[in-house]
Write a protein that binds this ligand. Structure first.
Ligand SMILES: *[C@@H]1O[C@H](CO)[C@@H](O)[C@H](O)[C@H]1NC(C)=O
Ligand SMILES: *[C@@H]1O[C@H](CO)[C@@H](O)[C@H](O)[C@H]1NC(C)=O
Ligand SMILES: *[C@@H]1O[C@H](CO)[C@@H](O)[C@H](O)[C@H]1NC(C)=O
Ligand SMILES: *[C@@H]1O[C@H](CO)[C@@H](O)[C@H](O)[C@H]1NC(C)=O
Length: 557
């Protein structure tokens, strides 16, 4: 899931493109970073034959033989619209299967991982060494990664116009999973492994974690057990608490630097006198709108979510950023700016023009210039790269514009606009210019009303919250979260939620020091995992084992 959404338009090749971070792409928190990354992805995707069925008629199968880490893509036919039977359009949903541990005598279970808001390819590590492998191994079951409609190659439409995105919603996606569970026939398996004749355990992390919980509520007859990891079962318009987790969990010296510099920066932007000097310091003198400036300098914060215990997937960006903020001037006697109070004479520097600022501001500017502004391609202005007020940048709707997908879900059902705290005196590490109006304007820039569908003025988060919100609960529904996950305020482990007991039937576990769905990654030998990860994996193996002991095949008529 992305940190609210940061949209960074970049004009390249005469094409306006921009991207949002989705929940799992928070690593791309910065608008600019997001854009460039997305453009690279789009270029890579364009090089392979894209697979889509226009009105269900012309499915291409060039990549049936696609194989990743030894797992071959397979395809399952789905209706584009599960609820309107007047249309016959279908598309193919991609999935991958891990049969390494399958015991035909036992005939199950099936552990299915919902791919969520990204290509299923990005979930293959979970099938290979992560949670799906771990639970398939412990149960002698089949492991599956099921790609989400519209993402990766499970694309039901010819383009991503507003009208063509109208089948991208929670109800349709959940119905895909239910149809798959009830009807899939795995290649090379004689036994009937469909639900409810075989126990299915539905796993998801982040947005897909909410889906896992929802599946247990919506399709209790098909979903025997479900595990919601960092499952954001509370949708909300404002997601200011995201930054609160970071403010409170980061090294206090770093949080202090951020709070103080943001206060100074907001003061300068408000006062206006040294605004030009300030923006120039960050290399952003050409960026017209102060809100865009505030948004660009917020971008390193998204890297908090990219922390990961698994050495192959971790990011050190957040800590590098903090180290930069804390660097004393060259030749200084102190080793950390934090050794002197903010604004004390030993930390001040006067810039040409007369603006005197704390050295942290200089460090902050240096970081943004080096790591973010520098990504703006030569020949483009920073307004071209980071400005968000030109509607033309959001015009392209072809299927390489993957940024439109999660953004559409945000704008229709999920929200999570990452704003500054809505209370003026509340401490904050982001600018107060990051308001709901600024964060949500992209919904109307990107999705012009269609003939069949228009994006609402604000997302209807009731669609999500009606399914249980913070209090969502069921037997054999496990809730697993991370203590310092910036998404924790949107899960049943939020401070706003009722506390509840942790039992084998209704597991409720918080991973100490955990960030975003930490249990989803795994190592082939659990003994090599860090102690808190090994512990959660052993607990998951135990409770899934207990659940399966209670399983009884439904009576057949
Ligand atoms: C749906 O399929 C049926 C049977 O193949 C056909 O008679 C009908 O015309 C189709 N409807 C549409 C809307 O294409
Ligand atoms: C497969 O399951 C059966 C029945 O539970 C069990 O007896 C057998 O030992 C299992 N086979 C393997 C290879 O684990
Ligand atoms: C998008 O696809 C639809 C068919 O689904 C087509 O009618 C429409 O012209 C396309 N629009 C654009 C802008 O490509
Ligand atoms: C929002 O969603 C709820 C639940 O699905 C629905 O009852 C309500 O009518 C929707 N509100 C609007 C304004 O569409």
């Amino acid at each position: 899931m992305k940190l609210g959404l940061r949209v960074l338009p970049v004009l390249v090749l005469g094409l306006a493109a921009h991207a949002t971070q989705n929940l799992d792409h928070l690593r791309i928190l910065g608008p600019q970073g997001v854009n460039l990354w997305k453009l690279e992805k789009a270029a890579a995707a364009a090089a392979t034959p894209e697979l889509f069925a226009q009105d269900g008629s012309s499915q291409l199968f060039q990549d049936t033989e696609d194989s990743i880490a030894g797992f071959k893509a397979q395809w399952f036919r789905q209706p584009v619209d599960h609820f309107d039977k007047s249309s016959n359009a279908t598309f193919y949903q991609r999935y991958w299967v891990n049969m390494r541990h399958y015991n035909a005598t036992k005939g199950g279970p099936v552990i299915v991982l919902d791919g969520g808001e990204t290509s299923g390819v990005n979930r293959i590590p979970f099938l290979d060494t992560g949670i799906v492998e771990i639970l398939s191994r412990s149960t002698g079951g089949v492991g599956v990664v099921l790609e989400h409609r519209y993402y990766g190659k499970s694309i039901p439409v010819a383009n991503f116009t507003t009208d063509n995105l109208r089948w991208l919603d929670n109800a349709q996606s959940a119905a895909d999973s239910a149809n798959f569970m009830a009807n899939v026939k795995f290649k090379g398996v004689e036994e009937d492994l469909t639900a409810p004749n075989t126990p299915w355990i539905y796993y998801g992390g982040s947005y897909a974690g909410a889906r896992a919980a929802h599946m247990k509520i919506l399709y209790p007859d098909l979903v025997y057990g479900a595990i919601a990891s960092s499952g954001v079962t509370h949708a909300s318009i404002l997601n200011w608490e995201y930054m609160e987790i970071i403010r409170n969990a980061a090294d206090p010296i770093c949080s202090g630097h951020l709070e103080n510099s943001i206060k100074t920066i907001d003061g300068i932007l408000e006062n206006g006198r040294f605004k030009g000097t300030l923006k120039r310091l960050f290399g952003l003198q050409d960026l017209r709108h102060d809100e865009d400036f505030a948004s660009v300098i917020e971008s390193p914060l998204g890297s908090w979510q990219s922390k990961c215990w698994h050495p192959d997937f971790t990011s050190t960006t957040f800590d590098d950023f903090c180290a930069t903020l804390d660097k004393p001037p060259f030749g200084s006697e102190i080793s950390s700016l934090g050794q002197l109070p903010y604004g004390s004479p030993g930390r001040m520097i006067t810039l040409p023009g007369g603006l005197a600022v704390d050295f942290t501001i200089l460090n902050y500017a240096e970081y943004i210039k080096t790591h973010i502004v520098s990504r703006c391609p030569k020949g483009l202005s920073t307004e071209d790269c980071f400005g968000t007020y030109d509607d033309l940048k959001y015009e392209a709707t072809d299927i390489s514009q993957e940024w439109r997908l999660w953004l559409f879900q945000v704008c229709t059902e999920w929200g999570y606009f990452t704003t500054a705290p809505p209370y003026p005196d509340h401490p904050r590490i982001v600018s107060k210019l990051l308001t709901l109006g600024y964060e949500s304007k992209v919904c109307h820039q990107a999705f012009a009303p269609g003939k069949h569908f228009a994006v609402p003025s604000l997302p209807n988060v009731t669609v999500v919250n009606d399914l249980g919100d913070f209090d969502i609960a069921a037997d054999r529904l496990a809730i697993i979260d991370g203590e310092v996950d910036p998404w924790r305020p949107a899960t049943p482990h939020s401070e706003y939620a009722w506390d509840r007991a942790d039992t084998p039937l209704r597991p409720f576990k918080l991973i100490p020091g955990g960030v975003h769905h930490y249990d989803e990654w795994g190592l082939l030998d659990l003994a090599d995992e860090p102690p808190e990860i090994r512990k959660i994996h052993e607990e998951m193996i135990d409770f899934v084992g207990e659940w399966l002991k209670d399983w009884k095949a439904p009576l057949r008529d």
